[in-house]
Design a protein around this ligand. Structure first.
Ligand SMILES: Cc1ncc(COP(=O)(O)O)c(C=O)c1O
Length: 380
């Protein structure tokens, strides 16, 4: 295979990606190649990645327990901090138990194939994240893809599927590239009707919706044995790692079967310490989530008043849909010239190219006003 040729083909279609490494902590601003930008590109929605309390928790664990975990969790890679984080995650999410993975990607690619087999049918939203898609690819189950957030289509497919012994419905609660919210209340009802398990990827709802507890709390859905909540510590919690929170049987089974957990070295104890401190922090500081919500509402309103077509969803991911990759790159580049970093998201990550704005509690109102004005200017 000629990879140079393939790279040139990507370049020719404006689809070549390049890495932009920063020279500073992530936060309201970032410095790339010596230049400071207002940062609208991070999933650190609460600004916890650089919060001194959380950084100190990680530093203390690093001093006490060293860096590398040395082995996978089932050998000697875990510490009491890993176990404490799992207990805290379970009580935060209202489940009997939880298990941590090395990333959200590892959680989905490990848990989905472990929990589904050839006797199972998976029903997955068409816009589900790549880690869910890859988890489904690794599963022996039969797969059905339903139209985005279309519960009628899901029910039609459920009816057509001729009662497979085990049914698994998978959705994101807040969609990572569209920022819209799935109707977890009615999905739960539908899953009860068809005796299906509901697997909710709460990556972008954790720390944002339901006082930070996520989508179930937002929709007043009581966690039960038919719902599996997956999430990450890497977004609002400002740390690293993924988790699954569910019934005791599901979690014990995952410890025995999830390959990304069993065959990979555990995360350092410092990562668990930071995630623990982050959960405590958001519980103790509800004003942080209120501030994020204020910023989200302000940004959506300002963009609407500049004539952009955005929803009033309560989520920090705001896509600006554009007609072409060329136009998306042009506007993203123009914003960079104006000192604002909003990434251009292109195929194959999404079908429709877009600017993906991420709002954080660490933004000031004038940052958001500056973004809205700059976008209006760049669009001309
Ligand atoms: C919906 C969703 N699930 C899972 C992941 C993977 O999480 P992590 O970045 O912790 O691997 C992401 C990350 O982008 C995501 O957006």
């Amino acid at each position: 295979m000629d990879y140079y040729d393939k790279i040139e083909q990507l370049r020719a279609h404006d689809l070549l990606r390049t890495v932009k490494d920063r020279d500073c902590r992530t936060g309201r601003t970032i410095t790339i190649a010596g230049r400071e930008f207002l940062n609208f590109s991070s999933n650190d929605y609460l600004g916890l990645a650089s919060n001194p309390v959380i950084v100190r928790a990680a530093q203390n664990a690093l001093s006490d327990l060293g860096h590398g975990a040395g082995a996978s969790r089932l050998l000697s890679g875990g510490t009491s901090l890993h176990a404490m984080l799992e207990d805290k995650t379970a009580s935060f999410k209202g489940t009997a138990k939880a298990v941590m993975f090395n990333s959200g990607y590892a959680a989905n690619t490990g848990a989905i194939p472990a929990l589904t087999d050839a006797h199972c049918a998976i029903f997955s939203d068409e816009l589900n994240h790549a880690s869910i898609v890859d988890g489904c690819r690794l599963s022996a189950a039969k797969k059905y893809i339903y139209r985005h957030n279309d519960l009628n289509h899901l029910e039609t497919l459920l009816r057509k599927s001729q009662n497979p012994p085990n049914i698994f419905v998978i959705t994101e609660s807040v969609f990572s590239m569209d920022g819209d919210v799935s109707d977890i209340y009615n999905l739960d009802m539908l899953c009860r009707k068809y005796d299906a398990l509901l697997y909710v990827d709460d990556a972008h709802a954790t720390g944002v919706l339901g006082n930070g507890k996520g989508a179930l709390a937002h929709f007043n859905v009581t966690p039960n044995n038919n719902i599996i909540q997956m999430g990450t510590y890497s977004k609002s919690l400002g740390s690293v790692g993924g988790f699954v929170a569910a019934s005791e049987a599901v979690i014990d089974y995952l410890f025995n079967t999830a390959r990304s957990l069993i065959y990979s070295t555990a995360l350092p104890a410092s990562a668990a310490a930071a995630s623990l401190a982050a959960i405590d922090y958001i519980v103790a500081h509800p004003e942080l989530i209120s501030r994020l919500r204020g910023n989200i509402t302000a940004c959506r309103r300002m963009l609407l008043s500049e004539g952009f077509s955005v929803s009033m969803d309560l989520t920090p991911i705001i896509p600006i849909m554009l007609d072409s990759t060329v136009e998306t790159l042009r506007i993203s580049g123009r914003l960079l010239e104006m000192g604002i970093y909003v990434p251009a998201i292109r195929p194959p990550t999404v079908k429709t190219p877009r600017l993906r704005i991420s709002i954080s509690a660490s933004h000031e109102q004038e940052d958001i006003a500056h973004l809205a004005n700059a976008l209006a200017e760049a669009r001309k």
